[in-house]
Write a new protein. Structure first.
Length: 538
């Protein structure tokens, strides 16, 4: 799995092995075998053992070296030392004065000694500086002209030689207000996360929510992009074909925090997806996805409740008073716009429709699909590291337990990777071996809650002056807050939005994307609650 406690050296070694093995043909000749043996410095028997394991499950982590002792690497600075280092970095080093590393270290050391703290060595400071964005650092020290000449490429345009070679992903605030499905009162503007294949210009997938961009939205959009969408379309009554599917070779994204999350970077490497970032301040590098977003926003301007692109276009219309569509209805509308309009229209850059370009070109490549779509999604979800205690795992002040965790009690229980879906904390996923174990709240009477509800309850308790917050107090606070919202006869817009954000925690499930895939060790079909238009918080 992509986000387990693996040292950087071992991870890079696994990626090197995967790169060599992935280039071998199905039946390699003796010369190719010897070349791979020499590149990896292994015997013929070891090569074929690795190759068999890798071809059975095309994930990078299957080639990880055996762990030999604790992971190495630079230990993080003490928080007080880090504060001093950051202060001198911002006010001294990353400025046009361009001080040397030696001067930087002297200034940091002086303040550390005044504060009674051990100063970092010049070597350690140098390693810390290498973790910074070097393009941004040069821009601040020497100007944008010199930085862009070294770090920014300016080609005529981003091109991909084949389908799935490059997929771009981005977010946008939709220019339309949606309404509550029960009261039909306005609850706000949703966020659209969208993916496009650069070669064919076909829309690979999307995700719609009432929250700000986050790693969970990216995970759901990407999983929607790689999956077969036939049952997804059928569940919405859309009689059209959406053939785009498969794991991309490269994902091209901007510099949003969600795209720099460690879980996202590791999951991309796990599934052998190259990750390319758009240089800061260069929107021209995201032209394909930006144009598709513009096309989608042009379509929603026809919907009552549209905000249009600017105030002049909007005139004296009141979007909230005009709003009529729910989040689910807007999702279906966008799906119709993609498969029934955008895909079928002639694309000027291709001289044929995107769906025709996909169907004509995809047959020339081997489309990779996740062996387990459920695990593929979990790989991209946010994660935390926890120690397994005797009474279970503690995450967000909630104690989780599973009988399957008993076998870990006799092993090293520290640094376990726990994946979670912020939309529903009633289940977390613990990395174990090649997959995940499900853990649920030890108190099974606890209701399903979202992370945003949890944070709101903790914030309310802190405001009441409570220093110690326990699980029971959090859940009782959340239930009390829900009662206030449900019993309000005339709700405010914010309260209606909160009610809509937890609507997915009811018994109604989301889209079943992988009906044939069950939980680990279970052959029964699994209805996965991961692709409905739902709301979450990161």
């Amino acid at each position: 799995m992509a986000d387990s406690m693996v040292g950087e050296f071992d991870w890079q070694e696994a990626r090197r092995r995967a790169d060599v093995l992935s280039k071998l043909p199905d039946r390699p000749c003796d010369a190719e075998i010897r070349a791979a043996m020499n590149a990896l410095a292994i015997s013929r028997a070891t090569l074929f053992r690795w190759l068999k394991r890798f071809r059975q499950d095309e994930r990078t982590s299957t080639l990880l070296p055996g762990r030999r002792g604790p992971n190495s690497g630079m230990q993080p600075f003490d928080p007080a030392v880090l504060a001093i280092v950051e202060q001198h970095f911002q006010k001294l080093f990353a400025t046009r004065r361009k001080p040397t590393l030696t001067r930087f270290q002297r200034e940091v050391a002086a303040d550390c000694r005044i504060a009674g703290l051990p100063p970092p060595s010049i070597r350690r400071l140098g390693r810390w500086l290498k973790t910074k964005d070097q393009a941004d650092l040069m821009r601040r020290r020497e100007g944008a002209g010199k930085s862009e000449a070294l770090f920014l490429a300016t080609p005529g345009g981003l091109e991909a030689a084949a389908p799935l070679e490059i997929v771009q992903i981005d977010h946008t605030k939709v220019d339309v207000t949606v309404v509550d499905p029960v009261t039909r009162l306005p609850i706000g503007r949703p966020t659209l996360t969208l993916a496009i294949d650069v070669n064919t210009r076909i829309a690979m997938g999307f995700y719609l929510s009432l929250e700000a961009p986050s790693l969970t939205a990216v995970a759901l959009c990407l999983t929607h992009a790689v999956m077969d969408k036939t049952p997804w379309l059928a569940s919405r009554g859309i009689a059209a074909d959406w053939p785009a599917h498969g794991i991309p070779r490269t994902i091209h994204v901007d510099n949003g925090a969600e795209f720099h999350a460690r879980a996202f970077e590791r999951a991309c490497a796990e599934h052998r997806i190259d990750l390319t970032y758009r240089p800061p301040g260069t929107p021209r590098f995201g032209g394909h996805i930006e144009r598709l977003i513009g096309t989608m926003m042009g379509a929603v301007h026809l919907i009552p409740g549209s905000h249009f692109s600017n105030i002049r276009e909007r005139g004296d219309l009141d979007p909230e008073a005009e709003a009529v569509m729910t989040l689910r209805e807007l999702e279906t509308y966008l799906a119709f716009e993609i498969v029934g309009s955008y895909h079928a229209r002639l694309h000027k850059a291709l001289d044929l429709p995107p769906v025709a370009a996909w169907n004509a070109r995809v047959g020339d490549i081997a489309v990779r699909r996740p062996s387990d779509p459920r695990q593929f999604l979990i790989d991209f979800l946010p994660s935390e590291e926890r120690t397994l205690q005797r009474d279970g795992l503690h995450l967000f002040h909630i104690r989780y337990w599973s009988d399957e965790l008993r076998w870990l009690m006799g092993r090293d229980r520290s640094g376990l990777t726990v994946k979670y879906d912020p939309r529903d904390l009633s289940c977390v996923f613990v990395a174990a071996g090649e997959g995940y174990l499900e853990a649920r709240p030890a108190d099974r009477t606890r209701p399903a809650i979202a992370l945003w509800e949890h944070r709101a309850a903790v914030r309310a308790l802190r405001e009441q002056g409570r220093c110690a917050v326990d699980e029971g107090l959090i859940f009782s606070t959340i239930l009390a807050q829900r009662t206030l919202i449900d019993e309000a006869t005339r709700t405010t817009k914010a309260m209606r939005r909160d009610a809509a954000r937890r609507a997915h925690l009811a018994s109604t499930k989301m889209i079943d994307v992988t009906a044939e895939v069950g939980p680990l060790g279970d052959d029964k079909p699994l209805q996965l609650p991961y692709f409905e238009v739902e709301e979450w918080d990161d």
